[in-house]
Design a protein around this ligand. Structure first.
Ligand SMILES: Cc1cc2nc3c(=O)[nH]c(=O)nc-3n(C[C@H](O)[C@H](O)[C@H](O)COP(=O)(O)O)c2cc1C
Length: 337
């Protein structure tokens, strides 16, 4: 953290006020200049479906707009744009974390323009203290990786899963650990099925070669040792048994409803869960394949909209640190101010 002292909020204010232009300039200078740009740059490290990075940003003095980039929508694998919006939600949470880590409070207005559905959020720098919990997650942004490898054998304690459940709840989402073996088997079967199916979807192969941005690989080639969870068995594992599962846990992230705002919430919660898991030393992956086609209801418990699956576990003994996947350059995702 930068150690910036927060601007005092006006006494009696219920909502912190956006800070004045002059105050933003002062704060920015103390943060070394370009603080909002650097925060957006960190937000670009957010996970996104097939590393599509379907976002655009507009930076003003004291605020940042997040827009969906529909040109990067992978329509065959994500027909209803669920994964696109979840990815943008993850980037929004990353931005909140980056700002908090800089010592800045912020206020988020989600879907601010009813006439512009692509405008997903505006984040304003506000007076007052930054979110301390979010600030603590900032170093995790650079450490987090999607880890599709086999996990170690050490089980993840229930208390740690509860921590993840709590941090999803703080974002307004549910997180349901799959402990029931029947439900787990059903989910694993759905993941396996879904990992095979995209090959048969018309249009999918072309999309895998889209967007040859210089300096980035939109659909990253998995590094050696990686494979999509639920894909073909490796190492001679018996068919139907996912060798990547190890002792890891699958948790389903849910929201009360399924509007765009709920999907944005799901992305923010997913980011919070992944960064928290990273802070706990856990390896993690997001999985959407199964949920893209399975009925969007959890198999037990109260009705809730399933959004994405989170897989967490302890890295296997001796597992190396994974390289970071590439990202588009900041300049190529900025909208004119
Ligand atoms: C909404 C969403 C869905 C995803 N679904 C899958 C998936 O089904 N399988 C998978 O292996 N990775 C999945 N990912 C992870 C992305 O592939 C990963 O974030 C991207 O390749 C960037 O790599 P990184 O997370 O290591 O930075 C998903 C990510 C998001 C945000």
């Amino acid at each position: 953290m930068s150690g910036l002292s927060p601007l005092p909020a006006a006494i009696g204010d219920r909502q912190p006020d956006p800070v004045s232009t002059e105050a933003v300039r002062r704060l920015d200078a103390r943060a070394g200049g370009d603080a909002l740009r650097r925060a957006v740059e960190l937000a670009l490290r957010a996970p996104s479906v097939q590393n599509s990075q379907p976002w655009r940003w507009r930076i003003h003095l004291g605020s940042v707009e997040l827009h969906a980039d529909d040109s990067r929508h992978r329509s065959a694998g994500d027909p209803d744009r669920r994964d696109l919006v979840i990815s943008c939600g993850a980037a929004l949470h990353h931005l909140r974390v980056a700002l908090a880590g800089t010592g800045w409070g912020c206020r988020v207005t989600r879907l601010p323009d009813p006439d512009d559905p692509a405008h997903l959020a505006t984040v304003q720098v506000v007076a007052g203290l930054p979110d301390r919990a979010a600030a603590l997650l900032q170093p995790m942004i650079d450490r987090r990786r999607t880890d599709r490898r086999r996990f170690g054998t050490r089980p993840v304690r229930r208390a740690l899963l509860d921590t993840l459940v709590t941090c999803a709840a703080a974002e307004g989402a549910g997180l349901r650990p799959f402990t029931c073996s029947v439900a787990l088997a059903r989910l694993e079967a759905a993941l396996t099925e879904a990992a095979i199916r995209p090959r048969h979807v018309i249009g999918a192969p072309d999309e895998l070669t889209m967007w040859p941005d210089p300096g980035s690989t939109p659909f990253d080639d998995p590094p050696p040792g990686h494979r999509p969870v639920g894909g073909r068995p490796i190492d001679g594992a018996p068919p139907g048994k996912d060798p990547g599962a190890g002792s890891g846990c699958l948790l389903v992230l849910t929201t009360p409803a399924d509007a765009v705002a709920d999907r944005l919430t799901a992305g923010e919660a997913a980011s919070a869960v992944l960064l928290t898991a990273t802070g706990l030393g856990l390896a993690s992956t997001l999985l959407s394949q199964a949920l893209a086609r399975a009925p969007h209801r959890t198999p037990d418990g109260p009705p809730a909209q399933s959004q994405v699956v989170v897989r967490v576990g302890w890295p296997a003994d001796g597992a190396s640190r994974l390289p970071a996947t590439p990202r588009r350059l900041l300049e190529s995702v900025l909208l004119p101010g």
